[in-house]
Design a protein around this ligand. Structure first.
Ligand code: ADP
Ligand code: MG
Ligand code: MG
Length: 876
């Protein structure tokens, strides 16, 4: 027969699934020999049995409950409903995962008109007895009978006022007796029945109520949000009562074994003298710091300190403990692993290794990589008052305050003058980069977590909020409105990129603290991990940051950002607008020394670490002015200066822009398709790379350039580009009279490339999976549109489990990655492989990369610490 009921001495902490978290730990503490009031747990299976039995407790469960109750009575020497020494119990729900939406606890169950007299006599404390009884009626009515608490509180309030009392301790036994009579009337009025006097009836009603609460609306919603399966069910704990409200030698409290906010190794908690459980959290009376217990009851405090150490060592983790003191005797009522901030998690993990409680590997598993993000950015002071304005997607963490600007050029101008600005745009494009660089943060009203603004901001470690749709931006009027509130150019706002919140005015912030423990933990991660972690970095500043954060090299250096510099844009446009090869080469000659300078700076910073450089990738029209704007200018000029040279130039530009315009730029003339049609562009870039390599080598600094060809779909594309690179390398080596090592590889970001990776590997020294484009091309989702248009709803309606641009779609896109690796290594067994999409900084995707046998992941510099930890966790 299924065992549905476990006495506390029959369970242990590994039986969470069956006993719930609370029950499993009560059992464990009982077995350790700690002072836990005895009781039993009705299992989660009994809960499911209740549901399959038409919401009725089955005979099997009832029989086992009765048996357990007898044992409990035997052990305590008390009897439920007994009129000499009555047993009083608490009924406590407890699921596998803690669920705030669930039923609360009922205390003092077993009280009735007779047992209350027995308790009064037995304790010689009628006041206490009646207080406990009225508490029971109140809780039971609220939790089990569904009568709102305020009816009871109202009566209590009235009585206090009539008597002229300021607080409950002034109430006498007689007062409580009157209250009880009043409470019973309330119950009768609401349920049309008398308050149940039979303790067994009370018990079964309470257990039913706990089971029912598993499917109340709050609980269901909470499970949805936290992805907790519905079939788990909840356990119920029946535990004999101990009383913290028996006088000044009694009390109740909660404590963490370490400070959950900083991680410091001090007992951290609160307690109340002469109070019962719920009083501490209810906020009726202000609790005392736990240290005061040392003065009030030194012996109890000493014992509690000892016990909390023991529990911490037993569970090998920081504990969150609930306790009660009854007439100078300590009882434990709950323990669990305590929730903590990122900072505390790191400090506790590192210190526990030093204290010999944990080994390094276990410590590494104790910190959630996602939490680490909190530590690398400035953040809002949690205690500050805020003036909430709007909410968007939390696209890039960190907090920032600044004046609102609506234009990238303006942002740049003000930024250079030292003003702190926040760039607010409907969306951003590559043209806005200089403005983003100069801003503290970016806010867009459109676009998702991988929109241009989000990707760029994360890459720069700047705070960003995207898709803030309640914000109506009027670029002409230089203002935006949210409801009735108008925010104008120059007004100050504060944003929190970790929550997506936009606030009016300035809000105080806290600087990121990179503690010594943080570095220590990451060093341990490096000792353990088998997966490389590189950074995506496009300039010397980012390169430097990457090494500071512990990257093994650069996995993606995008060259298009180098073309966006204001001084270069005219030359880049000259190159694009060139009619003849000669003209184009002239422009390219001007760009070459500039690009060479970029690469020299990066190579020098990276001091011999590998640098993967991707040749030009975006379509050319991204470097040209906006078509609509040009059209307006041309029309204006036609009216005001019809014969002017300016009009002629603008018209030409417009023609070119129209000529280059594409319906689907993301599937258009970009990536290696540029290199194939205009080889002179790639030749210039490669030459600049190799000249830079030679120059840096001559300074005695090692270089490891890895040339990466983007968007290859057919091996012939790569074959040509490889030949181009080899040619240039030979030319430069000959010209400079020296030799350097280099490799040529490709991005795998088109499904066809993954499917023909065996052929492509013939021409490649390495593969780097560009999972942003690969996700886009595999799903056929346009990254720039999908998130704003339908992806959000897709996720809400569970058509897709996650946003595939944020969390790698392992079943689909992942299969292409696996295939690519497998086929590639069929041709070249040692083929080096990595990933360089946004996924390179996401923990579940990192784990996937490790399992798939990739050599490294590459992510933005600010995510490198997270990736180092996630890589270590994947290896463990
Ligand atoms: P929650 O899950 O909301 O914390 P609990 O079941 O832990 O609810 O109960 C809340 C509080 O009630 C406990 O912290 C404790 O102070 C008090 N309590 C529960 N059971 C007992 C008991 N058997 N004796 C004394 N106090 C109890
Ligand atoms: Mg509790
Ligand atoms: Mg790409």
């Amino acid at each position: 027969m299924t065992k549905f009921v476990y006495l506390f001495n029959e369970g242990n902490s590994h039986m969470r699934d069956l006993l719930g978290g609370k029950g499993a730990n009560l059992a464990e503490m009982t077995n350790i020999g700690l002072p836990v009031p005895f009781g039993f747990t009705i299992t989660t299976e009994a809960c499911n049995d209740y549901y399959s039995n038409g919401k009725k407790i089955s005979d099997a469960v009832e029989t086992q409950m009765e048996e357990a109750l007898l044992k409990l009575e035997e052990k305590t020497g008390k009897k439920l409903g007994g009129n000499e020494n009555p047993l009083l119990v608490s009924v406590r729900s407890g699921s596998v995962f803690s669920m705030p939406g669930m039923m609360d606890t009922v205390l003092n169950l077993g009280m009735n008109d007779e047992t209350v007299e027995a308790v009064a006599k037995l304790t010689g404390n009628p006041r206490f007895a009646y207080d406990s009884y009225r508490r029971f009626i109140q809780m039971f009515s609220d939790v089990v009978l569904g009568i709102e608490v305020y009816h009871f509180e109202h009566l209590l309030e009235q009585t206090r006022e009539q008597k002229g009392y300021t607080a409950d301790p002034e109430m006498t036994a007689e007062d409580w007796k009157d209250i009880i009579a009043g409470y019973k009337k309330i119950v009768k009025k609401h349920t049309k029945q008398d308050f149940p006097q039979d303790p067994k009836t009370q018990l079964y009603l309470a257990v039913n109520a706990v089971f029912d609460s598993w499917n109340n609306q709050r609980a269901i919603v909470y499970r949805r949000l936290n992805k907790i399966p519905d079939h788990l069910g909840t356990a119920v704990n029946i535990q004999s009562m101990v009383f913290g409200n028996m006088g000044d030698d009694s009390g109740t409290g909660v404590a963490f074994t370490r400070n959950p906010s900083t991680g410091e190794r001090v007992l951290y908690g609160e307690y109340l003298i002469n109070a019962q459980g719920e009083d501490v959290v209810a906020g009726i009376r202000t609790p005392q710091p736990i240290q005061v217990l040392a003065k009030d009851m030194p012996e109890v405090y000493r014992q509690f300190v000892k016990t909390s150490k023991l529990l911490e060592e037993h569970y090998q983790d920081m504990q969150d403990i609930e306790f009660t003191v009854e007439r100078g005797k300590l009882y434990l009522l709950q323990t669990r692993n305590g929730k903590r901030t990122a900072q505390a998690a790191i400090r506790i993990a590192v210190e526990m290794v030093k204290e010999g409680i944990l080994d390094k590997k276990t410590a590494l598993l104790r910190v959630d990589p996602d939490q680490m993000n909190q530590l690398l950015h400035r953040r809002i002071d949690g205690s500050a008052t805020k003036n909430h304005l709007a909410k968007g997607l939390p696209a890039s963490p960190g907090a920032a305050t600044g004046t609102v600007v609506f234009d990238a050029d303006e942002a740049e101008r003000l930024g250079k003058e030292g003003e702190k600005v926040i760039l607010v745009r409907p969306e951003t494009t590559p043209d806005d980069i200089h403005g983003i660089v100069a801003s503290q943060a970016v806010v867009t009203s459109r676009g998702g977590m991988t929109s241009h603004a989000a990707v760029v901001a994360r890459g720069m470690g700047k705070a960003c909020i995207c898709g803030c749709e309640s914000m109506k931006i009027d670029l002409k009027a230089k203002q935006f409105t949210v409801g009735d509130t108008v925010v104008r150019y120059g007004d100050v706002i504060t944003i929190d990129g970790s929550t997506g919140e936009v606030m009016l005015g300035e809000v105080p912030m806290i600087d990121p603290e990179l503690s010594g423990e943080f570095k220590t933990l990451l060093e341990w991660a490096d000792e353990v991990r088998d997966l490389g972690v590189r950074a995506n970095a496009d300039n010397p500043t980012d390169a430097k940051k990457s090494l500071e954060f512990g990257a093994d090299g650069i996995g993606l250096c995008r060259t298009e950002h180098m073309f966006m510099d204001i001084k270069r844009v005219p030359i880049v446009q000259e190159m694009i607008l060139a009619e003849t090869l000669e003209e184009r080469e002239k422009a390219l000659d001007k760009l070459l020394p500039m690009q060479q300078g970029d690469f020299e700076g990066i190579f020098e910073e990276m001091a011999g670490h590998p640098v993967t450089i991707r040749l030009l990738d975006p379509p050319m029209h991204e470097f040209l002015p906006d078509k609509e704007e040009l059209l307006v200018e041309v029309t204006k000029l036609q009216l005001t200066a019809p014969e002017s040279k300016e009009l002629e130039e603008k018209e030409y530009l417009l023609k070119k822009v129209q000529h280059l315009a594409e319906f689907n730029p993301m599937l258009g003339h970009r990536g290696c398709r540029l290199g194939v049609i205009f080889p002179e562009i790639y030749e210039m870039q490669v030459k600049a790379i190799f000249y830079a390599a030679a120059a840096v080598l001559q300074k005695g600094i090692k270089v490891q350039p890895e040339i990466m060809i983007p968007l290859v779909g057919h091996v012939n594309e790569l074959k040509r580009m490889r030949a181009l690179v080899t040619d240039m390398a030979n030319q430069v080596m000959e010209e400079k009279g020296l030799k350097f090592d280099y490799t040529v590889g490709t991005m795998i970001e088109i499904p066809r490339a993954a499917l023909t990776a065996d052929q492509i590997a013939e021409e490649a020294d390495f593969f780097s999976f560009g999972t942003n484009d690969l996700t886009q091309t595999t799903f056929g989702f346009s990254r720039d549109d999908a998130e704003g248009k339908f992806l959000q709803q897709y996720i809400e309606q569970k058509v897709l489990p996650e946003n595939p641009f944020a969390v790698l779609d392992q079943e689909g896109v992942g299969k292409l990655v696996e295939t690519g690796v497998k086929l590639g290594r069929q041709t070249k067994p040692g083929l080096k492989t990595g990933i360089c999409g946004e996924h390179g900084g996401e923990k579940s995707s990192i784990e996937f990369c490790y399992k798939t046998g990739l050599n490294y992941v590459s992510c933005s510099p600010y995510r490198v610490p997270l990736a180092r930890l996630a890589a270590a966790q994947a290896t463990i």
